[in-house]
Design a protein around this ligand. Structure first.
Ligand code: SF4
Length: 151
């Protein structure tokens, strides 16, 4: 069975910076979950960050928390772990939570902590794509359904 890497907060894990989740309740997503197709990852927690944790944003090549702490190393470790799990499970596509500094695939916040989004991608998504994986988001389930049917 072909597998799908998913952001843990979409899967229902309470791993967001504010201790919340943001579960995807689309019927197709729930069916894939039931079938055991989904491989949940939370790059930030897998990289060693706590729940809850300060909000962080990409700033150039670094990731900086709103407290000013440099968390680039933790984001890097989490990205490496996401790629390891994607390879280990032979995933065909990844569904990653939009806008996150780890999981965003089209947009991220601009590093000013002024609630401003820009086009960009999170650190884990960047490494997944550099490693050859297709990364989409929670709004792309039509495309993902086709990919699953084709593979
Ligand atoms: Fe969700 Fe990804 Fe943020 Fe973890 S790092 S809380 S999986 S968006």
């Amino acid at each position: 069975m072909k597998k799908i890497l998913v952001s843990g907060c979409l899967y229902g894990w309470h791993v967001r910076y504010d201790d919340g989740d943001i579960p995807c309740l689309d019927k197709r997503f729930l069916k894939w979950k039931e079938e055991g197709r989904l491989i949940p990852v939370c790059p930030e927690v897998f990289g060693g960050l706590t729940i809850p944790r300060p909000d962080s944003q990409r700033v150039g090549s670094k990731v900086i928390a709103c407290t000013g702490v440099d968390v680039t190393k933790e984001y890097e470790l989490g990205a490496i772990e996401a790629v390891r799990l994607a390879k280990e499970n032979d995933v065909v596509v990844c569904i990653m939570k939009q806008d996150s500094p780890s999981c965003g695939s089209k947009y991220i916040y601009d590093g000013t902590f002024t609630d401003t989004k820009i086009e960009g991608q999170g650190r884990a998504v960047q490494l997944l794509r550099e490693s050859g994986f297709v990364v989409l988001d929670e709004n792309d389930l039509d495309k993902i359904e086709k990919l699953i049917e084709e593979n």
